[in-house]
Design a protein around this ligand. Structure first.
Ligand SMILES: Cc1ncc(COP(=O)(O)O)c(C=O)c1O
Length: 439
């Protein structure tokens, strides 16, 4: 066995569970909201806490406040909190250890949700992408006309063609982030870029800070590289900066993966001051931050976006992005309106914020039925990614991402199917952490 100093092995057994992120008591009280409605007591508190865990308001592996602290903050007896924690322990949602406190777990351990649906003919809403635009044909033709100019060259530009790198750098300049062409690497898309970053900079087994919810393909790539994910919940107001600071302090993540511009799947935008704070906090901790701004060109309501997040740092923040065309905005706006109208008419109990950009909305269902609804929908040829696909540890059963990339009549049909599969009896309004997340 090697010596602990080289970081490979340690003589003392390491209990990773002790390195859990604390949940702020103040934040937990806010999230619990009106949990007392209709009674209070240990059962009701346990139910409210379990809902928060299942919906991702409290991240798996985060430490719960001490019983005494939570009791004082809630103004209930310590026995109520002890009883609620006991109940959650019995059900597998909480583990405790003397001296280390209590932390959130899942019954049966962590599992990452998979699509579990084989594509067939029908409406595919698992992919948030539009069909290729007609202009692509013209672009290919123009590129083919340019080709002879490049044939006297060996063709190997591992960092990308110089004129393209110059054009991308100039675009960042215009957006307020001075950039030199030498800082640009052209890839086959945003996921290719993420994969390169992971290979270059993420040793197996290291912690990676991710948002909860986050983009499934990025979570898959990180998991496949052996990353241990440390999720930071997003609230209706956006990024929970205190929770992010706690994750950074406790885990010192090697990497952070964030989407401040029309976040996938919520459509939220991180404001300027939060960008500055988040990027600087991560850089100070030595975390390599990856900003995925794939949707940055898809603002739909005309408002200005804050400058690129990486511009607030001093060089340890990478930006990855993709290609989008302004010409598609009108089409996307029409489809967003069609989806919103269908939801308002057919599923008024579903809550959502109309996103100011991007290609999807993040709906909150009245019941935690996301996976079963998606499976049921697939039997009606509607394919849809359930909430847990977007979670680092398989939660978010009350959420569903609905892309507005299909044609309006297809979106109407999709909502019709979902409405038919959501029995009226299962729809009930409940006090919930994301109440107010509605437009
Ligand atoms: C946040 C995010 N990043 C990256 C991608 C993939 O981008 P690309 O097709 O350029 O690899 C997507 C696709 O939906 C995405 O939503």
């Amino acid at each position: 066995m090697q010596d602990g100093r080289n970081g490979l092995y340690s003589r003392r057994p390491i209990c990773y569970k002790w390195r859990v992120t604390p949940t702020s008591t103040h934040r937990l009280i806010e999230l619990l909201g009106s949990w007392r409605q209709g009674g209070g007591g240990r059962e009701r508190l346990a139910t409210a806490l379990r809902s928060l865990i299942l919906e991702g308001g409290v991240a798996v592996e985060s430490r719960l406040p001490a019983e005494r602290t939570l009791a004082a903050a809630l103004g209930v007896s310590r026995a109520t909190v002890t009883g609620a924690y006991d109940r959650l322990r019995e059900q597998g949602y909480v583990e405790s250890r003397q001296g280390a406190g209590s932390w959130v777990t899942l019954p049966g351990g962590h599992r990452s949700a998979s699509d579990a649906i084989v594509v067939g003919p029908g409406l595919d809403m698992r992919i948030a992408a539009l069909p290729a635009p007609a202009v692509l044909e013209e672009l290919f033709a123009a590129a083919a006309r340019e080709l002879p100019r490049w044939l006297d060259h060996h063709g190997y530009d591992p960092l990308g063609m110089p004129p393209l790198r110059r054009a991308i750098a100039a675009r960042f300049d215009r957006r307020g982030m001075p950039t030199r062409p030498e800082q640009i690497l052209v890839t086959n898309g945003a996921l290719h870029a993420l994969d390169l970053v992971i290979r270059a900079a993420l040793p197996r087994g290291r912690r990676v800070l991710v948002e909860l919810p986050s983009y499934p393909a990025a979570l898959d790539a990180l998991r496949a590289a052996g990353a241990r994910l440390a999720p930071v919940p997003l609230t209706q107001d956006g990024w929970d900066v205190a929770a992010l600071e706690a994750v950074v302090q406790v885990h010192r993540p090697a990497l952070a993966y964030l989407m401040p511009d029309f976040h996938n799947p919520t459509g939220l935008v991180m404001d300027g001051p939060v960008r500055r704070h988040v990027v600087r906090t991560l850089e100070r901790a030595g975390t390599l931050t990856v900003i995925d701004e794939t949707f940055v060109e898809l603002g739909l309501d005309g408002g200005p976006l804050p400058p690129p997040a990486a511009g607030f740092g001093d060089g340890r923040t990478l930006t990855i992005g993709s290609l989008a065309r302004a010409a598609r905005r009108e089409l996307i706006r029409t489809r967003r309106a069609a989806l919103a109208q269908a939801l308002d008419e057919r599923l008024p109990a579903w809550r959502y914020m109309l996103p100011p950009g991007g290609l999807f909305l993040w709906a909150e269902l009245p019941d935690p039925i996301s996976t079963s609804l998606s499976l049921e929908a697939s039997r009606h040829d509607l394919y849809i990614a359930p909430g847990p696909r977007f979670a680092a540890a398989g939660l978010l059963e009350r959420q569903l991402r609905l892309p507005f990339t299909l044609a309006p009549d297809q979106l109407e049909r999709a909502v019709e199917i979902l409405a038919e599969l959501t029995p009226a009896g299962s729809v009930r309004r409940v006090p919930h952490a994301l109440a107010g997340y509605v437009a």
